[in-house]
Design a protein around this ligand. Structure first.
Ligand SMILES: NC(=O)c1ccc[n+]([C@@H]2O[C@H](COP(=O)([O-])OP(=O)(O)OC[C@H]3O[C@@H](n4cnc5c(N)ncnc54)[C@H](O)[C@@H]3O)[C@@H](O)[C@H]2O)c1
Length: 256
């Protein structure tokens, strides 16, 4: 049964936003879709409203957050970019989204962080905790770590429930050997958002976004805390990537 809630999705025209849009029935009764590029028009009977604009625009955010039950914030640069752009959109835009959610009393905010916010942690024998300290491996990672800090600040200062997802690699299928460890299947991504929206009063919660991969190196505890039960395992693709390249030893996959 479709949960009775109205959600805002930023970055809705992107890959992850499109995965959510195609599974909207699992998430909400209606959605306001925000992206700086035009999203495909609503299909007949599709319960969505399309808004083209930037997450840095507080008036647009006021319009979409008014009366919304939750925001899923995916919009921004999904990889390295010049610092002024990362700062304006990934840091400044995230602050604007949180600020609009606060102004309008939105009860739940889910924010796409990235494994690159903690990417320079070294892989070890034990799974890395969901709330391991930020250790960015790129300026993109720095922008995501700053986004996490903003989320924590808004949660503590204003008692907001905010789930920050340190997403691994969300693609239709793993694309290289590393992704046998870091893959988040599209279906598990939708499950992760479902859990993030449904979990009762999480406060501020950091969660690794990863499927039930045999070779995962991230903890499952944060996901379990919000009721996330991943169903997919990248091991089914292992024969495509038999060669284990030397290094990198960092969880973000970046070398120094
Ligand atoms: N896909 C992954 O494996 C992965 C991994 C880690 C983190 N993430 C994070 O998840 C989120 C979504 O990733 P994705 O793979 O769908 O990326 P994507 O590039 O496909 O989608 C991002 C969307 O954000 C939009 N956008 C950019 N600037 C914007 C702005 N100023 N205002 C509004 N919208 C804007 C883009 O137009 C795009 O449609 C990103 O925040 C990314 O950093 C993704």
């Amino acid at each position: 049964m479709t949960p009775s809630r109205s959600i805002v999705i930023t970055g809705a025209a992107g890959r992850l936003g499109t995965y959510l849009r195609s599974s909207l029935d699992n998430l909400a009764t209606s959605a306001r879709l925000v992206d700086i590029i035009p999203a495909p028009e609503a299909a007949p009977d599709e319960p969505v409203e399309i808004y083209q604009g930037s997450v840095t625009d507080p008036r647009l955010l006021d319009a979409v957050c008014r009366g919304a039950d939750a925001v899923v914030h995916l919009g921004g640069f999904a990889g390295d970019a010049p610092w002024p752009d990362l700062f304006e959109v990934n840091v400044g835009g995230t602050r604007q989204v949180l600020e609009a959610a606060r102004r309008h009393g939105v009860k739940r905010v889910v924010v796409a962080s990235s494994n690159h916010a903690a990417g320079f942690h070294v892989r070890g024998p034990q799974p890395l905790a969901d709330d391991v300290a930020p250790l960015p491996d790129s300026l993109y990672g720095v922008s995501k770590a700053a986004g996490e800090a903003l989320c924590q600040f808004y949660s503590v200062k204003f008692s907001m429930d905010i789930v920050c997802l340190r997403i691994g690699s969300c693609f239709d299928a793993p694309q290289n050997h590393r992704m046998l460890s870091t893959w988040l299947s599209p279906a598990d991504f939708v499950r992760l958002i479902e859990a993030s929206l449904a979990s009762s009063r999480p406060g501020f919660q950091l969660v690794w976004g990863v499927s039930a991969n045999t070779r995962r190196w991230w903890s499952t505890a944060g996901g379990e805390a919000i009721g996330f039960c991943p169903q997919d395992n990248a091991e089914g693709f292992a024969e495509l990537y038999p060669e284990c390249p030397p290094g990198p030893e960092y969880v973000g996959g970046v070398t120094i």
